[in-house]
Design a protein around this ligand. Structure first.
Ligand SMILES: Cc1cc2nc3c(=O)[nH]c(=O)nc-3n(C[C@H](O)[C@H](O)[C@H](O)COP(=O)(O)O)c2cc1C
Length: 181
C-alpha cells in the first residue's frame, strides 16, 4: 500500500476543517441590557420552517440571556465589519456595552426583544424551540421567525472562520446543476 503523504491533525483542530460559517453576530436583550457575541458554530437543521442549531457557551454573558429570554437575533456581517466582529468575540458583555464600544447600531426587531444590528446585511430573528441539548452541549435549537436582508448587497462577502485569527472571505461564485434548492 502507498504510504500517506498526510500527517495527523490534532483532534482539537478538526473544527477548522468543518467550520460552516459565515461568522455571525448574536444579539440579545435581557431587560435593560443588550449584548452582542460572535458565533461561528451554527448549522441549519431544517428548511421550512428554518430551524438552526447554535452553540452558545455557558461561559459567556450571552448564554444566560438566551436561556432566560429564549430569543435572539443572528446578524450576518460582511467583511467590512471584520474588526468589529472579532472584537465582539474577544470581550465579554458582562463589563461593557459592545454596541457602544464597536459603534454598532441597534434597531427594533419585529418579533423578538433582542435588537437587530443595522450594519449587518441580513438579520434573522430567532426563538429557541428546544433546549434538550443545552445542558450537555450548550446547543440551542431555534426557529427563524422573521428574516431581513439588504438586497442592494448582491454579492455579500461574508467571513468564514479558519481558526487562530484567520478567516476566509467569500470570493468567486460558480453555478452547477444542483438538485438542492
Ligand atoms: C471568530 C469567533 C467565533 C466564535 N464562535 C463562537 C461560537 O460559535 N460559540 C461560542 O459560544 N463562542 C464563540 N466565540 C467566542 C465568543 O464570541 C466570546 O466568548 C464572547 O466574548 C462572548 O461574549 P459574551 O460574554 O458577551 O456573551 C467566537 C469568537 C470568535 C472571535
Amino acid at each position: 500500500m502507498k504510504s500517506m503523504a498526510k500527517s495527523t491533525l490534532p483532534l482539537s483542530l478538526v473544527y477548522r476543517l468543518l467550520e460552516p460559517g459565515p461568522v455571525v453576530l448574536v444579539s440579545t436583550s435581557s431587560g435593560e441590557r443588550t449584548n452582542i457575541m460572535t458565533m461561528s458554530w451554527h448549522m441549519m437543521v431544517d428548511f421550512e420552517l428554518p430551524i438552526l442549531a447554535c452553540v452558545i457557551s455557558n461561559r459567556g454573558y450571552s448564554f444566560e440571556a438566551v436561556r432566560r429570554t429564549r430569543e435572539f437575533v443572528i446578524n450576518i456581517p460582511t467583511v467590512d465589519l471584520a474588526k468589529k466582529v472579532v472584537g465582539c468575540g474577544n470581550i465579554s458583555g458582562r463589563s461593557i456595552d459592545k454596541f457602544k464600544k464597536f459603534g454598532l447600531t441597534p434597531s427594533a426587531a419585529a418579533c423578538v426583544q433582542a435588537p437587530l444590528i443595522e450594519e449587518c446585511y441580513a438579520n434573522l430573528e430567532c426563538k429557541v424551540i428546544d433546549t434538550k441539548l443545552t445542558t450537555k452541549y450548550n446547543i440551542f435549537i431555534c426557529e427563524v421567525v422573521k428574516a431581513w436582508i439588504d438586497r442592494s448587497k448582491t454579492l455579500p462577502r461574508t467571513m468564514h472562520h479558519r481558526g487562530n485569527g484567520k478567516f476566509v472571505i467569500d470570493g468567486e461564485t460558480i453555478k452547477l446543476p444542483s438538485r438542492m434548492k
